[in-house]
Design a protein around this ligand. Structure first.
Ligand code: GLN
Length: 491
């Protein structure tokens, strides 16, 4: 394998600063890696020319001893982020050919920090999904396969392209977005670290909206240290997003002290769901032991409204989506399919532009917001959401972080859950509660299942407790010593 592809983001940064490697060499290695792993379909748009130009600019800065926190590091950008002059599709036919005239704040922050753009990563259409099989641009394959079996597995979703690219070493790191689990779940399926920060930590400006009260951007990386570095570059107050919070961005890397002595780790019994495979339960127990061995104090906590989280999410998220997606009408963006009059043009455009899952969500969302059902569904869901947030608020009286599994299973087969939306929705059972409460949650690769597939453990922290979460995650990562490598990766 090319030495360059095996470097973590932190290692590459240090070698670039020490002038042991150049951004151009690193970027060329990754451009080659993208070509080698093309079969995974991790990218919708590749931007090698842009990458080369950005790398050259980085080398000029580095030569002068200048440069930002991500200078010269080649990353993938989820195709939900609007990128100026580069097609931004959100995985949808309706946005095919849409080339924004502006840059999202988070992507701009990353370019300002010196990151190099390799391309736009594939994703579930409008970030709706848990398997990256709803993209108009085709499904993404997980670079991991079961031992002794070549069947294609899903990389998780919706940030499946980002997960596949980072795991297959065709990007050193990538951005993701998480509405109900879309960073953490694919990270768990692909043996990566995925961090959804507190709602309001990263600006949503210029990110194609799915469910605005839940959407949050975050890093997908190979290590916890890389996650800390990249989050530092992504985060920050943005006056263009009224829900962005005006707090200074701490030095997240400095939070990785490796010392969690005295930290209180909460274990919620409500996450022991029916039918949970023994392997997941065993992994969770191992995680508890690892935290104890590192000097943490483990306490039982109660999150009694957990069982309502999934139904609440699948009311709130579609409701917001149905309203956000009303703007795709054939007039302003992307696809337009003519009809005999304006109404028929709307129908044709939306009927052909949106895939089945997006249409399902628009219908559910419109239904729960309609007169007569609003109080019964939407308003009720909002009340339950408050209860779920209250559960966490109470928990913080007893603990500093909460440890849970990230997903109820390892990556599944490309065709396994295709026809059953409810089975697909169950993937989010452990990730959705923190989303509804707006809390930071990280998935750390913690082990493998009987087939050698990665499994993740999740740490959830209080609002703006990113440093505590990262510190605990760093300790968990070292203790778990995850070392599996995917069958399909660039060499
Ligand atoms: N799988 C969840 C959904 O389909 C979460 C998606 C996400 O976080 N964007 O809604």
């Amino acid at each position: 394998m090319s030495e360059l592809l095996s470097l973590t983001l932190a290692d590459a940064r240090d070698k670039l600063a020490a002038k042991e490697i150049t951004a151009t060499e690193l970027t060329e290695a990754y451009i080659g890696a993208m070509a080698q792993t093309e079969g995974l379909n991790a990218f919708i748009t590749e931007t090698p020319d842009k990458a080369r130009a950005m790398a050259k600019a980085s080398d000029e800065k580095l030569a002068k001893g200048e440069g930002g926190a991500m200078e010269g590091l080649p990353i993938g950008m989820k195709d939900l982020f609007c990128t100026e002059g580069v097609q931004s599709t959100a995985g949808s036919h309706i946005l095919e050919g849409f080339t924004p005239t502006y840059e999202s704040t988070v992507s701009q922050n990353l370019w300002d920090a010196g990151a190099v753009m390799l391309g736009k990563t594939n994703m579930d259409e409008f970030a709706m999904g848990s398997a990256n099989i709803t993209s108009y641009y085709g499904s993404v394959q997980n670079p991991y396969t079961k031992q002794g079996d070549n069947d294609a597995l899903v990389p998780g979703g919706s940030s499946g392209g980002s997960a596949a690219a980072v795991a297959a070493r065709s990007a050193i790191a990538a951005t993701g977005t998480d509405t109900g689990g879309s960073i953490r779940q694919p990270a768990a399926f692909a043996g990566l670290v995925g961090f959804k920060p507190t709602y309001g930590r990263c600006s949503r400006w210029g990110i194609v909206a799915f469910a605005s009260s839940l959407d949050q951007a975050g890093p997908m990386t190979r290590t916890v240290r890389d996650s800390a570095i990249m989050l530092g570059a992504m985060a920050g107050f943005d006056p263009k997003d009224s829900t962005s919070v005006n707090l200074p961005v701490p030095d997240y890397e400095a939070a990785l002290t490796g010392d969690i002595r005295g930290m209180k780790v909460g274990i919620p019994s409500e996450y022991r769901v029916d039918g949970m495979p023994e392997e997941i339960e065993a992994l969770w127990k191992q995680g508890v032991e690892m935290m104890k061995d590192a000097g943490a104090e483990v306490v039982d906590i109660a999150l009694p409204h957990t069982k309502y989280a999934l139904p609440t999410y699948y009311i709130v998220a579609p409701a917001e989506a149905s309203s956000n997606l009303a703007r795709y009408d054939g007039v302003r963006y992307g696809l337009r399919v003519e009809g005999k009059d304006l109404n028929e043009m709307y129908e044709n455009t939306r009927g052909q532009g949106f895939g089945a899952e997006v249409q399902r969500r628009v219908m559910i969302g419109t239904y729960v917001l309609s007169a007569g059902y609003y109080d019964a569904y939407y308003l009720k869901a909002q009340k339950v959401r408050t209860r779920i947030a209250d559960d966490f608020r109470n928990a913080w009286n007893q603990c500093d972080v909460i440890l849970t599994p990230t997903t109820p299973s390892a990556a599944f087969g490309m065709n396994d859950k295709l026809d059953d939306p409810i089975a697909m929705y169950l993937n989010d059972v452990f990730t959705v509660p923190a989303s509804l409460a707006g809390l930071p949650g990280i998935s750390v690769p913690a082990g493998v299942d009987k087939d050698g597939l990665p499994l993740g453990l999740q740490l959830i922290g209080p609002a703006f407790g990113e440093e505590t979460v990262l510190r605990a995650a760093g300790v968990l990562e070292s203790a778990a010593g995850f070392s599996a490598e995917p069958a399909l990766m660039a060499k």
